[in-house]
Design a binder for this molecule. Structure first.
Ligand SMILES: Cc1cc2nc3c(=O)[nH]c(=O)nc-3n(C[C@H](O)[C@H](O)[C@H](O)COP(=O)(O)OP(=O)(O)OC[C@H]3O[C@@H](n4cnc5c(N)ncnc54)[C@H](O)[C@@H]3O)c2cc1C
Length: 291
């Protein structure tokens, strides 16, 4: 799959990345290409490499696609070929998201891919369980979607959702799991998301004659160590930030012009400092950046 990803990244995604950055949505054709290559149907052992390669082409496109992977594992056949996004931020402490009498109410601050996805997998905590519902990604009287204005990956169409008595019949329930073990695992964050940062570093390194190749290799190895995910995620974000800065510096003043790769990657590196973070990652990243 890595080979197919490389072809798409080099021939289609990277050449279009500046235009996508300026547009309000990832082209449907990009996502169709990923679907044609099977990336919406299966995830192989080389998934981290695929994520890194695709992200080196276009972060916004990869960001929309990567949301689908969690439902691919949890909802599986229930997806029936539909493209999915996720709404998990309602699991964060203090969330008002809840189900009562088969109706969902509350706020989810971040959902990527609105208008580019068919369904959204919403995670709701109910007592000591998490319940995942697969809902049509369509706004209506009981579901309001508000587009977030971002300085990077705006084309990912990231929205906040507000549910107001939205029906969630039992047939839309696709998965359940216990909250406690999930919460312990969740506290470290996902190592896969670290490969989005490495995609950016991969691109910079290519543009700077391999300047970051050694650090890239070391960071990949760190992300493979499941015992050290917060440290690895922090290292990946910090490396992306450093690499983007190096590219701006080497490019010179022209790099800060709208449409230039250097400034786009710098904005994307800022996004990668915070996206899918967790307190453990943030603490480690902040320590690195202030020492
Ligand atoms: C542009 C953008 C797009 C995003 N798109 C999506 C999306 O499509 N779907 C989605 O679910 N999330 C999405 N997120 C949210 C993201 O996964 C993280 O939740 C968020 O980046 C962490 O935010 P924070 O730094 O404010 O939280 P922190 O201050 O790090 O966390 C506060 C508390 O909430 C918990 N927490 C934070 N986020 C989550 C979460 N997602 N699940 C469970 N617990 C959590 C933490 O463990 C901690 O206890 C997006 C974020 C951004 C910036």
């Amino acid at each position: 799959m890595a080979e197919a990803a490389a072809k798409i990244a080099e021939e289609v995604l990277f050449p279009a990345a500046a235009a996508v950055d300026r547009s309000d949505r990832v082209p449907a054709g990009h996502l169709d290409l990923l679907a044609d290559a099977g990336f919406y149907d299966r995830a192989g052992d080389d998934l981290p490499e695929v994520v890194e390669i695709l992200a080196s082409g276009c972060l916004a496109t990869t960001f929309v696609w990567i949301q689908h992977l969690s439902p691919l594992f949890t909802a599986g056949a229930a997806l029936r070929g539909r493209r999915a996004g996720i709404a998990y931020a309602g699991l964060a402490p203090g969330s008002d998201l809840h189900v009562q009498g088969g109706r969902l109410s509350g706020h989810v601050p971040w959902v990527t891919g609105w208008d580019l996805i068919d369904v959204v997998q919403v995670a709701v905590r109910e007592g000591d369980q998490i319940r995942y519902y697969l809902l049509d990604a369509v706004a209506g009287p009981t579901l309001e979607a508000e587009l977030q204005e971002l300085v990077a990956v705006q084309a990912s169409r990231t929205v906040s959702l507000t549910f107001d008595g939205h029906p969630v019949p039992e047939e839309l329930l696709v998965h359940t799991e216990d909250y406690e073990p999930w919460s312990q695992k969740n506290a470290s964050g996902s190592s896969l998301n670290g490969f989005l940062s490495l995609g950016l570093v991969r691109r910079v390194s290519r543009l700077l004659d391999g300047a970051f190749d050694d650090e890239l290799t070391a960071c990949r190895a760190l992300l493979a160590d499941q015992e050290r995910t917060p440290q690895a995620r922090a290292a990946a974000s910090a490396l992306a930030w450093k690499a983007a800065g190096a590219l701006v510096t080497r490019t010179g003043s022209g790099g800060i012009r709208a449409g230039e790769t250097a400034q786009r990657l710098a904005r994307e590196a800022a996004f990668l400092l915070v996206f899918a973070s967790r307190p453990s990652i943030r603490t480690e990243l902040y320590r690195r950046m202030t020492s």
